[in-house]
Design a protein around this ligand. Structure first.
Ligand SMILES: Nc1ncnc2c1ncn2[C@@H]1O[C@H](COP(=O)(O)OP(=O)(O)OP(=O)(O)O)[C@@H](O)[C@H]1O
Length: 254
């Protein structure tokens, strides 16, 4: 008798974010600029992806399309299995609030609110009640348990960015999207923020997508994808800072 062993089929969980042939044209006529040109990519759940490329290569547009902040001219974006193109503005805003966490270079905290109030703000806007247990977990993870009643102005830059990361995590989003999160930090504080993002992926299975110009920052990711002229121009898995820097040099100016 011949025994056949069926290969175990790993169906692969649905990606946190899927872009299919996404193009984005800004403006029209003579002024039209193709910022993204038929980009297709899956960001698997529980992974950390960095996006790099020369200035003007489409990194921010990529992040904004992936997050539903910008609507593609063509192609589709699935966020946690939801087709963003099918949503009206109101629903898109809700989906963005519930399913995506944002971290920006300028921390974007509300100066008159305490650390705790800033962290739970997305829940209040969405009329959800803060889950004290999850809040406790998030503030411990970012190392801010003893700063909850401080104002942002009483914190260092790195601490403020950690508040922003906690705020991004409070809704348990499908993905955390970070645009140059260490751009305003010195290298030591920047490393702490990158270690935190890495830990968020490793210990909570979160998905992180980060735009950066810094090869060291990119080396914290599982994978770096490169953009030039709005197109994907390769990727590096388990990137070292040296390999990322070399690839960026090949792609032209930074
Ligand atoms: N609102 C807009 N209107 C017109 N053109 C735009 C707009 N936003 C972006 N662009 C153009 O689209 C292209 C990609 O821009 P994008 O900001 O995505 O690049 P980037 O890689 O993030 O750049 P940088 O590293 O300099 O921030 C650029 O040529 C830019 O000038």
């Amino acid at each position: 008798m011949i025994e056949t062993t069926e290969p175990v089929r790993v169906t692969g969980a649905e990606p946190a974010i899927r872009l299919s042939a996404v193009s984005k044209v800004h403006g029209s006529g003579d002024r039209a600029v193709t910022a993204l040109d038929a980009v297709s990519i899956d960001l698997p759940r529980g992974t950390f992806t960095a996006v790099m490329g020369p200035s003007g290569s489409g990194k921010s547009t990529f992040l904004h399309c992936a997050a539903g902040l910008d609507r593609p001219t063509s192609g589709s974006v699935l966020l946690g299995g939801t087709d963003l193109a099918a949503l009206d503005e109101k629903r898109l805003t809700e989906v963005r609030r519930e399913r995506v966490g944002f971290v920006f270079q300028a921390y974007n905290l509300v100066p008159s609110l305490t650390v705790e109030q800033n962290i739970v703000l997305p829940l209040l806007l969405g009329a959800g009640a803060p889950d004290r247990e999850w809040l406790g977990h998030v503030v411990r993870r970012v190392g801010l348990a003893d700063r909850l009643h401080h104002l942002p102005s009483q914190l260092s830059g790195g601490q403020q960015q950690r508040v922003a990361i906690a705020r991004a995590l409070i809704t348990r989003p499908d993905a955390v999207l970070a645009d140059e999160p260490t751009g305003a930090l010195d290298s030591r504080t920047g490393r702490q923020v990158l270690e935190l993002l890495r830990d968020v992926v490793d210990s909570t299975g979160q998905t992180v997508l980060m735009v950066t110009h810094d090869p060291v920052a990119a080396s914290y990711a599982d994978r770096v994808v490169f953009l030039t002229d709005g197109r994907l121009a390769g990727a590096l898995d388990r990137p070292s800072p040296e390999a990322v820097a070399e690839r960026m040099t090949q792609l032209g100016e930074w």
